[in-house]
Write a protein that binds this ligand. Structure first.
Ligand code: IMP
Length: 503
């Protein structure tokens, strides 16, 4: 007889949180959203924690290098998508790791033989007033000087004037060497009243700039997630096919954590992949696995040695796995079941394996619910794909700004490795769609609003940390009618098309 889960499986939309007692000290500014990313033994600290419980989905439309830097600045982690060649994925990881927080690679470079007209044109194009003067104008060429708007007066100078005649030459510059830390660079900037400090290597080649204005923005990102060399922390997706080549390339590029990206993780291929990593790297390479939706799946991956386990089949916004294959489980039920399995495993072994609720987050409060259901963090695709930093295109659809968003199992991504069951044949059907989603602006602005809501709700529940929420949250099922009651109802909502006249 087949195993039946007698209760219907449910989604986050079917639940609400019931407030707990909020004490005077329970205020949003005191809430910590710190959460473990990888497994740890009782009484020990995880090797990697995040400052916010959000990671970005392993998808072409979501996790490129720009988004990875922007999310790390806010305290979370991106997993650079694996549905690309090993070389290009490793290059993306390398570029994220090369973006040292506060150190900016120069994208405005001129040569000494260029003219004032060239400088003005470049300024218009990049919007940057500071330019490096390098040999041949190469980005990482030998630094010969800099040009800022203090070096020229447009009204008094001929546009054909050569840069070498008005730049501030190298011997008049204060520069930092490439091993300098950000705080040392900032000290030099303050001590010498500079606006920028060029950083050069031992051959005088330009490495980066540190700008005074970025000092402020650095202070704007108190939760920034950095490694011990002050580089952004970044993850990368892998598959169960080419890991013998892909994993070494990603490790060499500096990826801090890997994750097997698969629509269904309860498989021999995932265990083999983790085993290969353990055999070759021991515990030094961190790898998450998934996705699973029940206790059995979790236990299998935990015993196989996964550093974290991802939950969710069929709940993603672009996902049609349930329609196509009839597998999956409501995300709330799956998260609850796996969270119970994680706690049981912890009691038995003393090893805490963090779990991630992946896909299907529609409203910001679903994040709080996922945490209350026991998730340690959530993975989001649609949410991040709406932002400037995502690598997908911004388009207009019927006059509205939209971002393109497509599933990894859609014909567009052609990520067959995520779905292929180990055979040679390409699968003949898709598990995802190609879509548009409303454009939403910058990651920073949106993440800060989302997390502000999470912090406020946690305070309503009387909780200052995620573990407290996981332990103390009170959760209620909601009926269809109470969902209607929860939105604006029995009023005509005013919007920009509203044409009301006073009587
Ligand atoms: P979202 O946040 O609801 O958009 O869901 C994102 C998640 O959907 C990803 O992290 C994946 O787990 C999953 N996913 C990505 N592409 C596909 C697909 O083509 N089919 C099914 N699930 C997908």
């Amino acid at each position: 007889m087949a195993k039946f889960f007698e209760e219907p499986s449910r989604t986050f939309n079917e639940y609400l949180l019931v407030p707990g007692y909020t004490g005077e000290n329970c205020t949003p500014d005191r809430v910590s959203l710190k959460t473990p990313l990888v497994k740890f033994k009782k009484g020990e600290e995880p090797a990697i924690s995040m400052n916010i419980p959000m990671v970005s989905a392993i998808m072409q439309a979501v996790s490129g290098e720009k988004l990875a830097c922007a999310l790390a600045q806010e305290g979370g982690i991106s997993f650079i998508y694996g549905s690309q060649t090993i070389e290009s994925q490793a290059a993306m990881v390398r570029r994220v790791k090369a973006t040292k927080a506060g150190f900016v690679g120069s994208d405005s470079n001129v040569s000494p033989e260029d003219t004032l007209a060239d400088v003005l044109a470049l300024k218009k194009e990049t919007g940057h007033a500071t330019m490096a003067v390098t040999e041949n104008g190469e980005a990482n060429g030998k630094l010969l000087g800099i040009v800022t708007s203090r070096d020229y007066r447009i009204s008094r100078m001929d546009p054909s004037e050569k840069v070498k005649n008005f730049m501030t030459p190298f011997d008049k510059l204060i520069v930092g060497d490439e091993d300098i830390s950000l705080s040392e660079a900032n000290d030099i900037i303050w001590d010498h009243k500079l606006n920028q400090l060029p950083i050069v290597d031992k051959d005088q080649k330009l490495v980066a700039f540190v700008f005074r204005k970025d000092y402020e923005s650095h202070k704007d990102h108190p939760l920034e997630l950095l490694d011990d060399k002050k580089r952004y922390i970044v993850g990368a997706g892998i598959n169960t096919r080419d890991y013998e080549q892909r994993v070494p390339a990603l490790v060499e590029a500096g990826a801090d954590v890997l994750c097997i990206d698969s629509s269904e993780g309860f498989s021999a291929w995932q265990a083999n992949t983790i085993k290969w990593i353990r055999d070759h790297y021991g515990d030094s390479v961190k790898v998450g696995a998934g996705n699973v939706v029940d206790e059995e799946g979790f236990r299998f991956l935990a015993e196989a040695g996964a550093d974290f386990v991802k939950i969710g089949i069929g709940g993603g916004s672009i996902c049609i796995t349930r329609e196509q294959k009839g597998i999956g489980r409501g995300q709330a039920t799956a998260t609850l079941d796996v969270a119970r399995a994680r706690d049981k495993y912890f009691e038995e072994t003393g090893i805490y394996v963090p779990i991630c609720s992946d896909g299907g987050i529609v409203y910001d409060y679903h994040i709080t619910l996922a945490l209350a259901f026991g998730a340690d963090f959530v993975m989001l695709g649609r949410y991040f794909a709406r932002f400037d930093e995502a690598p997908n295109k911004l388009v207009t659809v019927n006059g509205n700004y939209m971002k393109e968003y497509w599933g990894e199992g859609s014909a567009r991504a052609r990520n067959w490795q995520r779905y292929d069951m180990g055979g040679d044949k390409k699968m003949a059907f898709v598990e995802g769609v190609d879509s548009y989603i409303p454009y939403a602006g910058s990651l920073k602005d949106n993440v800060q609003i989302t997390l502000s809501k999470v912090r406020h709700t946690m305070c309503n529940c009387g909780c200052l940390t995620i573990p407290e929420l996981q332990k103390n949250a009170k959760i209620t099922l909601v009926s269809q009618t109470s969902i209607v009651e929860g939105g604006a109802h029995d009023v005509v909502v005013r919007d920009e098309h509203f044409d009301a006249k006073e009587k």
